[in-house]
Design a protein around this ligand. Structure first.
Ligand code: EPZ
Length: 420
């Protein structure tokens, strides 16, 4: 397993191009299964997770050609509505195939997601929604066995869920009747999925709001799709590099992002004293200013402060003057980064889902281990501003969600080496 060796403290300079969004690419790739066609997807990030979903889609019968960030997906001959455990266990997002498989084949055998790096992360919202749409679901030997005809209904999610909203949306691909989702997720990645599904012929009212009125591709229309679509940039990668600038007291420019998608992060960065200048809706410069101070935050569903930025923010607060509290209201046990940050000298106390951080002068490098994707990102950030060298193990977690991270950091003047 690869490790990163990072020499701290680093002074970043230059600019970085933000890659396509992992959490938009994964559902949009899977959505191509729902209707036969040849789909050209641009700006797909080249990640472990997009490679995993490619393998799963090929097992289902898709033909996929990719060169770096362009994927050509031919789903015309899909014929195997099965998602095996050995592929699903490495990535929870594989569960997204349930919707398109049911929509197109009226049956599916999908492994329940394996244990994620934190929490049980159930899929009960997905299952209840499809049952409400008329599907028979049996759980047996760790698999979901689903079959039946999806029908029109109203889905009321008691908690907003990105995955369950996406799965139901894709389940409606071939349903020429209305389905309403109340309390739908509004994340930009779900908006991107809705825009893709609209482009292939579905009609969706309320995109970007928490009430979606959905109608699938009309039964009268059965021509094979030939679609090209550009995936949105990754807002969490953008937020991660923004924090890297603050932790290293640097000034860098982010390009090819959607500034609007990281407004909650920008607001918090301004609140602690960062200086931001927007060059366009896709480019900004973030500059550390001397009086960075600690503030409390709590994560929330979009457009609130994203839980996927909680670990990175805790890293930042670890080296900001003052005391702060970070509360994660989406996940209550997504804190595997905290013990590792403490080993680097951070002063953090965790009580249930609230971390209390007392900023320290500097962190010091040592050997640490990435527990999951964003915890790994938090450790990279800490290593950038720590004295001496840091060795981060299990970087395969980081490779799931950050494209070419070491070459991007090197181009920002960071001394980072991947140890095979
Ligand atoms: C998506 O996961 C993202 N993953 C996660 O990003 C992100 O943290 C999460 O949304 C929240 O924004 C992808 O898009 C591939 P949820 P998802 O369903 O869909 C509970 C990253 O770092 N829940 O919105 O799994 C759940 O436990 C990853 O890129 C149920 O109880 O998240 C959580 O507490 C990590 N039952 C809350 O709802 C269900 O059936 C929100 O989860 C589904 C979810």
């Amino acid at each position: 397993m690869d490790k990163f060796l990072i020499k701290g403290p680093a002074k970043l300079k230059g600019s970085v191009k933000i890659s396509g969004s992992k959490n938009a690419a994964l559902p949009i790739m899977v959505a191509c299964i729902g209707y036969p066609g040849i789909y050209t997807l641009n700006n797909v990030p080249d990640l472990r997770d997009t490679r995993t979903i490619t393998k799963l889609m090929q097992a289902i019968g898709c033909k996929i050609h990719s060169n770096k960030n362009t994927f050509i997906i031919n789903s015309i001959d899909c014929n195997n509505p099965v998602a095996p455990y050995d592929l699903v266990k490495t990535m929870r997002a594989s569960f997204y195939v349930l919707g398109p498989l049911l929509s197109r084949f009226k049956k599916a055998k999908v492994s329940l997601p394996g244990g994620c790096a934190w929490g049980p992360r159930p899929v009960d919202f997905h299952i209840k929604a499809f049952e409400k749409m008329g599907i028979n679901i049996a759980l047996d030997k760790g698999y979901v066995f689903a079959d039946g005809e999806l029908d029109s209904t109203v889905i009321n999610f008691k908690t907003s869920s990105v995955g369950a909203t996406g799965n139901v949306l894709m389940g409606c691909t071939n349903l020429d009747k209305e389905v309403i989702i109340n309390n739908a997720a509004r994340e930009p990645e779900i908006v991107d999925l809705c825009n893709f599904l609209t482009k292939i012929g579905m009609s969706i009212d309320g995109i970007g709001t928490s009430i979606l009125r959905i109608k699938g591709i009309p039964n009268s229309d059965n021509k094979t799709r030939k679609i090209t679509y550009d995936i949105i940039p990754d807002r969490i990668e953008a937020g991660t590099f923004l924090i890297a600038a603050l932790m290293t007291k640097s000034e860098i420019t982010l390009n090819n992002l959607i500034v609007d998608h990281i407004q909650s992060i920008i607001d918090k960065a301004k609140e602690i004293g960062a200086v931001l200048s927007m060059h366009s809706k896709n480019s900004l410069t973030i500059k550390y200013d001397k009086n960075i101070k600690a503030i409390d935050i709590k994560t929330d569903i979009y457009p609130g402060f994203p839980t996927d930025m909680q670990p990175q923010w805790i890293s930042l607060m670890s080296v900001c003057k003052g005391e702060s509290k970070v509360k994660d209201t989406v996940y209550f046990d997504r804190f595997s980064h905290i013990p590792e940050l403490i080993r680097m000298g951070a002063n953090i106390k965790l009580d249930k889902n609230i971390a209390t951080i007392k900023g320290v002068e500097t962190l010091s490098g040592t050997e640490v281990m990435a527990g999951d994707l964003r915890a790994g990102a938090a450790l990279v950030l800490a290593a950038l501003c720590a004295k001496h060298d840091t060795i981060i193990s299990r970087v395969y977690h980081i490779d799931r969600g950050y494209e070419d991270i070491e070459s991007k950091l090197k181009s920002l003047n960071v001394d980072i080496v991947r140890l095979k």
